[in-house]
Ligand binder design. Sequence first.
Ligand SMILES: Nc1ncnc2c1ncn2[C@@H]1O[C@H](COP(=O)(O)OP(=O)(O)OP(=O)(O)O)[C@@H](O)[C@H]1O
Length: 283
Amino acid sequence: MPLLEIQNLIVEFQTASGPFRAVDGVSLSIDQREVLAIVGESGSGKSVSMLAVMGLLPWSAKVSADRMTFAGRNLLSLSVADRRRMVGKDMAMIFQEPMASLNPCFTVGFQIEEVLKVHLGLDRKARRARAIELLKLVGIPQPEDRLGHFPHQMSGGQCQRVMIAIALACNPKLLIADEPTTALDVTIQKQILDLLMRLQAEHGMALIMITHNMGVVAETADRVIVQYKGRKMEEADVLSLFENPKSDYTRALLSALPENATGDRLPTISDFMTDGGFRGAAQ
Ligand SMILES: Nc1ncnc2c1ncn2[C@@H]1O[C@H](COP(=O)(O)OP(=O)(O)OP(=O)(O)O)[C@@H](O)[C@H]1O
């Protein structure tokens, strides 16, 4: 049985101009210990699909699916209280903007310990010990001192490490990383990616990596789902996707990589797509 299984997920937002379908019939599954990348350009519904899994969409979103199960439990019929117990404990998510994801008003130590208190009920001493252990795990030096720091006293990369520590606090079965390196500078991106992959392997969790970066896909994923305008265009193991992409959109996405640029400007996906499909070469 897959750890997470979704069939025909539809997410519609109520907007001033009527309903807007952000996710349109996406199906996916991920097994324990697997790394799945969801790739696609901005607005293709990658984040919204995963926020639906986490139950973190606003009230204006209507979520439906033929099936949505996690560790054998039906997410569609889970009570709000049960969902709250599950999110942050059995499944966790990290986001693009670590500075914005952390609460600026509380110390790093408080924010890590809060998760340990709510989900695991640890006492003060055990929480502090585990918080120090978690900061060490994610490579933050002098963790004892860092517990008393506020997010603004740390760099973007360190804040993302703290977010990862919070996400891993309860040893989740599934971690969803939504563009975890996009907001960081290039040298730090690689460190955070390496950290995530090391932790995934050590802890044996399943990892869903949301990204628009094909380099990240190649470095991390076992399997890839390509999404476009809310729909799944293609699903393949990572090697097949790069060597033999099936859908026109995937071919356009790969053709638009900066390293494939030949002219005097960077190509975009629309350079390779017509209404009828893949055009073949940039014009
Ligand atoms: N609360 C909301 N109300 C209305 N529309 C929304 C809301 N949240 C997201 N959307 C729309 O849903 C679509 C999918 O958004 P989503 O954030 O999932 O895209 P994405 O593929 O993750 O792109 P990005 O990489 O830019 O985050 C977009 O058109 C977005 O504008």
